[in-house]
Ligand binder design. Structure first.
Ligand SMILES: Cc1ncc(COP(=O)(O)O)c(C=O)c1O
Length: 449
């Protein structure tokens, strides 16, 4: 029970964001996108295999140019793109790949798909990016590659990470699935490691109308190998397809319909990103004024693609003596009741995912079995407990009015901060990864990952 009456929606007051507003949509689908897709359907060149130019090859050229690299290879999704990138490098059974402890699970699955073992490195508590010192400590004689993730759209510390890789002769695969268009020291992500990987999933900043991915590289041999691996191991550069497989390839092709949709999105990508930048910054300025709420920020030497907005709760900065995880849980509940769809993004550090932690669906093909101890990555665990995330709504700059409503709702919640702190102290608290058995983790927005 709360000690004071309140107009908070979680206590029966009217929500700050009225119910029944039209659900925000992403991607934005324009007439031009529809025409691009129809054009492919009517033209009949539906795959990436046909002779001559096609939509997939055009997308690859345009994305390579955008990332200022020599080669791009389009794939069926970002997860296969990561596996292909590792396979192109020759990473396989017996190898280890260093992966951040906080990321989408695909970053850790990709090594397993090529028979390698993911080894987890902790993150930094401020920007949630993999900590180069932790990566250095995770390197063993079996390490073949490191996979920095440009999490939430902010590039990882690539100068430090490539120095670690260079010192040990390791390859670098950038997981840029969330960071299209972000730049590190003026270089676009995707051109900072040996290979870069992007997701074109419909939830991403550069989406397709479904699933897709892109690999980038400046090294011709890696580009050639990625192409072979996408296409059953076949070399399609000859005049006629001869159906000869040179390597154990995948079928990881992107369809021409998906490529055409993404090309159409790419034509206005910069304008959309600039509008998002303005809307997000205005939103973050308002939220950053609330004591104890720490918004994400870009860094002087890199830009932020603002794919996800992660907020940290710092009770001490608000003059409150209550554990941050509890206050985060109480604030999340209050904000959601007001109509602000914040929630966890990743309910557990990757090494605590059942597939790794409980002897679930995966066993490394080759010993030794790595130590997968979530306690070894405490910053990732603490981050999940002390933060919440806003997803997707802010991707469309046309939703700036909705963001204003969210900011007003947060200001209302903050007026009740001391009451909520007392509530937090007494509430039944469980960390996000300790949900009652069988209860589904609710996504924060329809279709959210
Ligand atoms: C960091 C990260 N890596 C990899 C992926 C995998 O991409 P896809 O969903 O296209 O397979 C995602 C997608 O959510 C991601 O966020």
């Amino acid at each position: 029970m709360l000690p004071a009456p309140s107009d908070l929606a979680m206590l029966g007051g009217a929500p700050a964001v009225p119910r029944g507003l039209p659900a925000p949509r992403w991607p934005m689908v324009t007439d031009a996108d529809e025409a691009a897709v129809l054009n492919v359907l009517r033209g009949g060149a539906l795959t990436s295999v046909g002779r001559g130019d096609n939509e997939v090859a055009r997308l690859e050229r345009e994305w390579a140019a955008y990332c200022a690299v020599g080669h791009a290879v389009a794939t069926s999704n970002g997860t296969t793109a990561l596996a292909l990138a590792l396979a192109a490098l020759g990473v396989g059974p017996g190898d280890e790949v260093v992966v951040p402890a906080l990321s989408f699970v695909a970053s850790a699955l990709a090594p397993t798909h090529v028979g390698a073992v993911p080894v987890f490195a902790d993150i930094d508590p401020e920007h949630y990016l993999v900590d180069p010192a932790a990566v250095r400590a995770a390197v063993t004689p079996r390490t073949a590659a490191i996979m920095p993730v440009h999490l939430h759209g902010l590039p990882a510390d690539m100068a430090e990470l490539t120095a670690v890789a260079g010192g040990h002769g390791l390859a670098v695969v950038e997981d840029a699935a969330q960071a299209h268009g972000a730049r590190y020291r003026d270089t676009p992500v995707g051109g900072l490691g040996d290979l870069g990987v992007f997701s074109l999933n419909a939830s991403k900043n550069l989406p397709t109308c479904g699933e897709g991915g892109l690999i980038t590289t400046d090294q011709p041999e890696l580009g050639r190998r990625a192409l072979l691996l996408r296409q059953f191991g076949e070399d399609l550069s000859t005049d006629e397809r001869v159906y000869v497989s040179a390597t154990a390839g995948f079928n990881a092709k992107l369809s021409a319909v998906q490529a055409a949709f993404t090309r159409s999105q790419l034509a206005r990508f910069e304008a959309t990103a600039a509008g998002r930048e303005r809307a997000v910054r205005r939103f973050l300025d308002r939220l950053g004024a609330l004591p104890g709420l720490v918004p994400p920020r870009a860094l002087a030497d890199r830009t932020h693609a603002w794919h996800l907005l992660r907020f940290r709760i710092d009770p001490a900065a608000a003059g409150l003596d209550v554990p941050a995880p509890r206050l985060r849980a109480a604030l999340q509940r209050a904000l959601r009741a007001e109509g602000v769809p914040v929630g966890p993004y990743q309910v557990a550090p990757l090494p605590a995912q059942p597939l790794f932690a409980d002897g679930g669906g995966w066993r490394p093909a080759f010993p030794p079995v790595p130590v997968l101890d979530p306690a070894a990555t405490p910053v990732a665990a603490r981050t999940i407990e002390e933060t919440f995330v806003l997803q997707k709504v802010h991707l469309d700059p046309g939703n700036d009015g909705l963001l204003d409503r969210y900011a007003t709702a947060a200001e209302k919640v903050w007026e009740h901060l001391t009451v909520l702190a007392e509530y937090a102290d007494r509430m039944d608290y469980r960390p996000p990864w300790a949900r009652p058995a069988g209860r589904r983790v609710r996504p924060v927005a329809e279709g959210a990952r």
